[in-house]
Write a protein that binds this ligand. Structure first.
Ligand code: 5GP
Length: 180
C-alpha cells in the first residue's frame, strides 16, 4: 500500500487537489482525520470526524492514530489505516504529521503543495476572507513549513494552474507505485 502525504499552506489548494486526484483514481482513498476543532460552516459533512477532546485522547492512548498533532489549539489525527482496505491512501495533513508518517513509513510519498509565490498566496488568503493580521501569520507559518518540508525531502508541487498541479501529483503517484 502506497501512502501519499499532501501538505502545504492554507490557500495553496491542497484540499482541491486532493479531492480531484482521489475522485479520479479508484485505487486511492482519502484518509478522514479526527479533529477536536469546531465544525466550520464551509466544512463538508465528511471533512473530518468531529470529536470531543476526551474521545480524541482515548483513541490516542489506545494507539489508534498513525500520527497526530496540535494546530492552533485543536487536535488532529490520522486513524491507523484499515489493513483490509487494499487501496492506496492519501493523507492531507501538516508537515509535522508528515514527519511522523515518514518515521513509520519511510517509503511514503510526501508532496508539498505551494502557491507560485508569497504575493499570490497572500492574494488567495485575502480572497478567502482572512484579514491582514491572520494573513501575515499564515505566511510566516508557510515559510516555516516550507523549510521543514525541504529538510524532510518533500517534493514541491507549485499550484499555479490547477489542472497542471493535479496532473503533476497524478504522475508522481504513478511513478511511486512502480517503486512500491
Ligand atoms: P483546518 O482546521 O484548516 O481544516 O486544518 C488545519 C491544519 O491541520 C491543516 O494544515 C491540515 O492539513 C492539518 N490537518 C488536518 N488533518 C490532520 C491530521 O490528521 N493530522 C495532522 N498532523 N494535521 C492535519
Amino acid at each position: 500500500m502506497l501512502v501519499v502525504v499532501l501538505s502545504g499552506p492554507g490557500g495553496a489548494g491542497k484540499g482541491t487537489i486532493a479531492r480531484a486526484v482521489v475522485g479520479a483514481d479508484k485505487r486511492l482513498a482519502l484518509s478522514r482525520s479526527w479533529t477536536t476543532r469546531e465544525r466550520r460552516v464551509d466544512d463538508s459533512a465528511d471533512a473530518y470526524v468531529f470529536v470531543s477532546w476526551s474521545e480524541f485522547d482515548a483513541r490516542r492512548k489506545a494507539g489508534g492514530f498513525l500520527e497526530w498533532n496540535e494546530f492552533l489549539g485543536c487536535y488532529y489525527g490520522t486513524p491507523v489505516p484499515d489493513r483490509a482496505d487494499e487501496r492506496d491512501l492519501l493523507l492531507e495533513i501538516d508537515v509535522a504529521g508528515g514527519r511522523q508518517v515518514l518515521d513509520q513509513i519511510p517509503g511514503a510519498l510526501c508532496l508539498f503543495v505551494d502557491a507560485p509565490d508569497d504575493e499570490e498566496l497572500r492574494r488567495r488568503l485575502t480572497g478567502r476572507g482572512d484579514g491582514p493580521e491572520q494573513t501575515d501569520k499564515r505566511l510566516a507559518e508557510a515559510k516555516r513549513e516550507r523549510a521543514d518540508a525541504d529538510k524532510l525531502g518533500y517534493i514541491r508541487v507549485v499550484n499555479g494552474e490547477l489542472d497542471l498541479a493535479v496532473a503533476e501529483v497524478q504522475s508522481l503517484i504513478a511513478a511511486a507505485r512502480i517503486d512500491t
